[in-house]
Design a protein around this ligand. Structure first.
Ligand code: GDP
Ligand code: IMO
Ligand code: MG
Length: 421
């Protein structure tokens, strides 16, 4: 492997961080390429839980270099908090964390705007209120502040003054909220410069050089395919591209650099926030998954909506991303069910379809197939053959219907709970 990308194939929280930590063992450099602190990435090592929002999930492997790419939107307060927390746990970041000078900053006014906008909307998205949409909008409006801008005080102040003026007009006149003082923003930027200024680099140049030296690169996606601004369930999406295009744009790599695209896929489906979810189970079974799978947001603590596996969703994620392999996570959560249902296709306007019509997803009805369940606790299995026959049949069914090779199974949150097929 020269360069591998790991992408969530559902609505986020597929267990990406757990798999990134697993893949990091054999990588030299791990790069976050999009999103911001809306992500909540959990890694469990020997029973100790670590949650990352901005720092790549490979940081727990001592000798590895971690990069925050140009496609990420960086909340400096959150970043400093995460750096401090890691260092307080005795994890040294010295020379191991680099931040792109071209990444955009999320400032307090973006978070205030995100919150006010959600309150103001009649049709809520259920954002994480981390300022993601406003920061990416500023990038597109060309009024954003990039990490590299903070080293040119005069230039930055001029740009910041304009953005603050614009945001304050909205905050006061549209949303009826208090304006944001410039001093507060400058103070946060000062702290960022002091604490993380030495980590700022031209990360795309760094990556190209590393590839030339034969280094192994792992790209870490946040969110998931169906939250993609272009390919997801718009408008109930995030404001970036978690899909393969985002991996290239958010790092500066090109398609010939990529050797492998791993889809990270949960053995059932979850979603946080609003928007269509064809296989959602609102009753007892949804509650079973939420409780057994610990399905509560790692960023906001909100209960995740839960439902059965969805084949058309996986097939679409595979087409858009060019998936070469899948890591199937949380298979252990399905133990104890008499039967397991899978949406093999959808019914739309009386016709059965096997594809994912993103614009009409709220109107499809899943067409289910039922497979036998299994009772055994599978969390101590260490090979595919250790799994009960019904679990093996389920995995092979997903592989065959989804059309992508399942290469890894995760059967517990801990680092040790992963085995190949
Ligand atoms: P991410 O955003 O995709 O990195 O996923 P999250 O960290 O938000 O959510 C995944 C949750 O499932 C976390 O609490 C993980 O510790 C946990 N987890 C990951 N893989 C497994 C698994 O195979 N089995 C179980 N039971 N839990 C898992
Ligand atoms: P990870 O990386 C699950 C969802 C929010 C909301 C929508 C838009 O942990 O998988 P935003 O704050 O991005 O503007 O919110 O996207 N969302 C996520 N859901 N996992 C995530 O990240 C998410 N990041 C954003 O709940 O519905
Ligand atoms: Mg998460």
């Amino acid at each position: 492997m020269g360069c591998m990308v790991a992408i969530g194939t559902q609505w986020g929280d597929e267990g990406k961080a757990k798999m990134i930590d697993f893949f990091s063992k054999d990588s030299d450099i791990i790069v976050r390429y999009q999103g911001g602190a809306n992500a909540g990435h959990t890694v469990v090592v020997d029973g100790v839980k670590h949650v990352f929002h901005l720092i790549p999930s490979g940081i727990l492997r001592e000798s590895k270099i971690c990069l925050i790419g140009n496609g990420v939107v960086i909340d400096p307060e959150q970043l400093i908090e995460e750096i401090d927390l890691l260092e307080s746990k005795g994890i040294s970041l010295k020379g191991r964390l680099l931040i792109s000078d071209a990444a955009h900053m999320i400032l307090p006014l973006h978070k205030a705007f995100d919150e006010a906008m959600e309150e103001f909307r009649s049709n809520k998205i259920g954002t994480t209120k981390r300022g993601i949409g406003p920061a990416y909008s500023d990038k597109c409006l060309r009024v954003g502040i990039r990490v590299g801008d903070v080293f040119d005080e005069e230039y930055m102040r001029e740009r910041l003054a304009f953005d603050i003026k614009l945001k304050n007009l909205y905050l006061e006149k549209v949303f009826g909220k208090p304006p944001f003082p410039m001093e507060k923003v400058l103070d946060i930027i000062d702290r960022f410069r002091e604490r993380a200024g030495g980590m700022v680099a031209n990360t795309s140049h760094y990556l190209h050089t590393a590839i030339g030296e034969g280094k192994k690169i792992l790209l870490e996606g946040a969110q998931g395919f169906a939250l993609d601004i272009d390919h997801g369930t718009y408008p109930f999406v995030t404001s970036s591209n978690p899909t393969i295009g985002g991996a290239l744009l958010g790092t500066g790599l090109n398609c010939s650099d990529i050797d492998q695209v791993f889809g990270i896929t949960k053995a059932y489906v979850t979603r946080v926030g609003e928007g269509p979810f064809p296989t959602e189970e609102k009753g007892e079974f949804g509650e079973f998954l939420r409780t057994k799978g610990g399905e509560f947001g790692a960023t906001t603590g909100r209960p995740r909506r839960c439902g059965w596996f969805d084949i058309p969703l996986l097939r679409q994620a595979s087409r858009i991303n060019g998936l070469t392999n899948i890591a199937l996570t949380k298979l252990d959560v399905l133990s104890g069910l008499k039967t397991v249902k899978v949406a093999a296709s959808y019914r739309l306007d009386g016709k059965e379809i096997d594809y994912y019509p993103s614009a009409k997803l709220h109107r499809v009805e899943p067409v289910y197939e039922e497979l036998p369940g299994w009772d055994e606790d599978i969390s101590s299995c260490t090979t595919f053959d250790d799994l009960p026959i019904a679990a093996r049949v389920y995995v092979r069914y997903l592989e065959e219907r989804g059309g992508v090779k399942i290469s890894l199974v995760s059967n517990g949150a801990d680092r040790k709970n992963t085995f190949p097929l």
